[in-house]
Design a binder for this molecule. Sequence first.
Ligand code: PAF
Length: 281
Amino acid sequence: MQILTTAAGLHAYTEQARQSGKRVGLVPTMGALHAGHIQLVQAAGAECNEVVVSIFVNPTQFNNADDFRLYPRVPEADAEMLAPAGCTALFIPSVDEMYPSPAVLRFDFGSLERVMEGAHRPGHFNGVATVVSKLFHMARPHRAYFGQKDWQQVAVIRQLVADLSFDLEIVTCPTIREADGLAMSSRNRRLDPAARAAAPRLHQVLATAAAQVQQGIAPAQVRAEAEATLRREPLITPEYVEVADAQTLQPLTGYVPARPVVLCLAAHLGGVRLIDNVVVD
Ligand code: PAF
């Protein structure tokens, strides 16, 4: 596995691969890798000849200084996991390499980002779109791989690719969960034992809400009951629970037959903010 730290090095690596007819897969990450990331790397390895994984804790997508400062950083352990999973090149740039000058361009994803993460984390998707665009330009992948745990992020990146005509395909992989249902996340490492013990409630609440959606219970009631259940948990502070159209992400007031619904939530557990979602087809 090659270790690359410069944009020029990454560009040269993938350009040479493309010129020799190889297919390049890119897995953008912020490190502190878990089985969800490894699934993306393996999916890329099954479909591409070169698998580039980027590890970069992107400062521009954090709207909370503590969240950025405390974001887990374990590059050596990450690197050890990547080669056996099929990664052929690890791109691990510095902040100066990714942002030689502060980005002034601003993205606006309209209604897609006026809800949920976009509404609660101002500027978050601008930072995501900025860094993902940079990575797409530097690596010029044929395919880029993202996890469905970040459902809204995937929607925003698909819009980015469509609007800017990036010549690549977005591939998504399902959320990987711990045995007790907790969605795998790099931030789970920061949960103390009590918060970790409470965390599976997030998925349990989503599973109950999904069953209610299947029974046709009104979105407002599903939302209110899920939020009330979370509020009864002493260690959990819900930020939002949403019942939305899975494609447009707009909050629902009723259901449209054959249109998938996504149930999303964000909650704080002992100073750690987690998100999760389930889709009802
Ligand atoms: O999902 C993430 O880890 C990040 O948002 C991403 C896509 C790597 C951009 O920094």
